[in-house]
Design a protein around this ligand. Structure first.
Ligand SMILES: Nc1ncnc2c1ncn2[C@@H]1O[C@H](COP(=O)(O)OP(=O)(O)O)[C@@H](O)[C@H]1O
Ligand SMILES: O=P(O)(O)OC[C@H](O)CO
Length: 503
């Protein structure tokens, strides 16, 4: 039997990656490139979508070259992407009309506040599963339509296309101005704040409230089906999956059973719990989102705890404070002391996401005394990730009644043993990392392979999953609860700092 190969593109916040997998779900080749982060004003974060498209083309070529494969040897191509980031482009020229507005960008906070005051918070949450927050795409699209001169009129005439990054890539991959398909998948659409979670279609009332014309929106499709055939460097290859990166990770982690969960530790961290065939509304500050939908099958929903800043705090410690030279140095520095020396850091750099959704929060370091050294602060940086995760795990339990008994983990920060041990300690459950920790690309590859017959069903995919490392809890319960109380006190001190219009 000749091996079959599936390529996945992971277009992330800081870089684009292409990974080619074989039929066992093992990695054959990887290529990765970073793109520019554009910060025009405090709180604003943009990407150049044209640059992203060229980086994506480069990593696809790079991965093929490293694998020693030709495009025609690929059975399918899957897409996974940073979610919520919003691009509007001119259908005739194929050019973006503005830089993409990134998920972390807070420029629409005031708009969200106004929408809440006029239409009520609950209306949006009930229809879309999301709290009104600058994180999501709908308000970003509305901002662009109102702030790029003449854009709203052109949009209403049907000249402009909206997309999250999946749509932008699929449109370009399948032909762009010469016949590219304008689609998105249910998982990405569920992050726009424009899709109704029950119908899985654009919600006309929400579109009206948000003032977003239907004419700009892509067609919503499943996460695993052939959307079109690629042209150019991968000509002839079916483009056969799209999933938001966190949904791709839960798919790659084989969390197909109700009650299973994973946490991905990257720039931010995103904990998703599979809640099965029905959306579970959150009362505890989580998001209700679509996990995946395979072709004609029923959708699977998730509850999600989105944490904006985890790995990005390590980057801040490295780049803004200069205390370490590389992210991995933080582990040795933190391990040089036994504890945090009483210091806690709450990285509310752009407010706090789950479970608080407080745009008025800003970062704080508390508990400082002259005793505290940079090593204690290094510990506090790492612990901020595990405590924020503990808070979303507690919220998951309140919302779903599911007590997580083991947590599957992945992402760049899981290379840090000290952090993973602390995570197991503060959750009081084992934390497990799989052998293939590139679960985001793997999930997109799995979905594309299912759509094209490379794999037959979820059981086959489940059999690929293998444990690599397991961290077991060691902390005494009393210590854990005392420190958790300290963490929550620190969070209290971060709230209410920022006033609208200030920085
Ligand atoms: N050894 C480490 N210890 C702690 N944090 C780390 C370590 N290695 C990488 N990181 C953090 O992980 C993040 C990168 O992870 P990755 O999964 O590639 O993120 P993303 O997909 O969001 O770009 C960075 O924010 C970096 O600071
Ligand atoms: O690109 P990442 O890995 O930082 O993921 C970003 C998330 O999709 C934002 O919702």
């Amino acid at each position: 039997m000749t091996d079959r190969f599936v390529a996945a593109i992971d277009q992330g916040t800081t870089s684009s990656r292409c990974i080619i997998f074989n039929q066992d779900g093992a990695i054959v080749a990887v290529d990765q490139r970073e793109h520019r982060q554009i910060f025009p004003k405090p709180g604003w974060v943009e990407h150049d979508a044209t640059e992203i498209w060229s980086k994506v083309q480069a990593v696809v070529a790079g991965a093929l070259a490293r694998a020693g494969l030709r495009a025609e040897q690929l059975s399918a191509l899957g897409i996974t992407n940073q979610r919520e980031t919003t691009v509007l482009w001119d259908r005739a020229t194929g050019k973006p009309v503005h830089n993409a507005i990134v998920w972390q960008d807070t420029r629409t906070s005031a708009l969200c506040h106004e929408l809440g005051a006029t239409d009520g918070q609950d209306r949006f949450r009930e229809a879309t599963g999301l709290p009104l927050a600058s994180y999501f795409s709908g308000p970003k699209a509305a901002w662009l339509l109102d702030n790029v001169p003449g854009l709203r009129t052109r949009a209403e005439r049907g000249e402009i296309a909206f997309g999250t990054i999946d749509s932008w890539l699929i449109w370009n991959l399948t032909g762009g101005t010469s016949g590219g398909v304008h689609v998105t998948d249910v998982t990405n659409a569920s992050r726009t704040m424009l899709m109704n979670l029950e119908t899985l279609q654009w919600d006309p009332e929400i579109l009206a409230a948000m003032n977003v014309p239907r004419a700009i929106l892509p067609e919503i499709r499943s996460s695993a089906e052939v959307y079109g055939t690629a042209i150019g460097q991968v000509a002839g290859v079916p483009v056969a999956s799209a999933l938001g990166d966190q949904q791709a990770a839960i798919f790659g982690q084989a969390c197909y059973d109700t009650g299973t969960a994973k946490n991905t530790y990257g720039t931010g961290s995103f904990l998703l719990l599979n809640t099965g065939a029905r959306p579970v509304p959150s009362k505890s500050g989580l998001i209700t989102t679509v996990g995946y939908k395979i072709g004609e099958q029923a959708p699977v929903y998730c509850l999600e705890g989105s944490i904006a800043i985890t790995g990005a705090l390590v980057q801040w410690f490295r780049d803004q404070l200069g205390i370490i030279r590389s992210a991995d140095e933080i582990e040795a520095l933190a391990a040089s002391v036994d504890d945090n020396g009483g210091a806690y850091i709450v990285p509310a750099f752009s407010g706090l996401f789950a479970p608080y959704w407080r745009s008025d929060a800003r970062g704080v370091i508390t508990g400082l005394t002259r005793y505290v050294t940079k090593a204690h602060l290094a510990r506090a940086v790492l612990e901020a990730t595990s405590w924020q995760t503990r808070e979303v795990v507690d919220a998951m339990y309140q919302d779903s009644g599911v007590q997580i008994t083991t947590l599957k983990v992945d992402g760049g920060m899981t290379a840090n043993n000290l952090l993973m041990q602390h995570q197991a300690d503060v959750l009081g459950v084992p934390v497990i990392r799989p052998k293939v920790s590139e679960t985001t690309c793997l999930g997109a590859a799995y979905a594309a392979g299912l759509a094209t017959g490379v794999w037959s069903d979820l059981d086959e995919l489940k059999a690929h999953w293998q444990r690599d490392v397991e961290w077991s809890p060691r902390m005494e319960g009393q210590v854990r609860e005392r420190e958790y109380a300290n963490w929550r006190k620190a969070v209290e001190r971060s709230l209410g700092w920022h006033e609208e219009g200030g920085q």
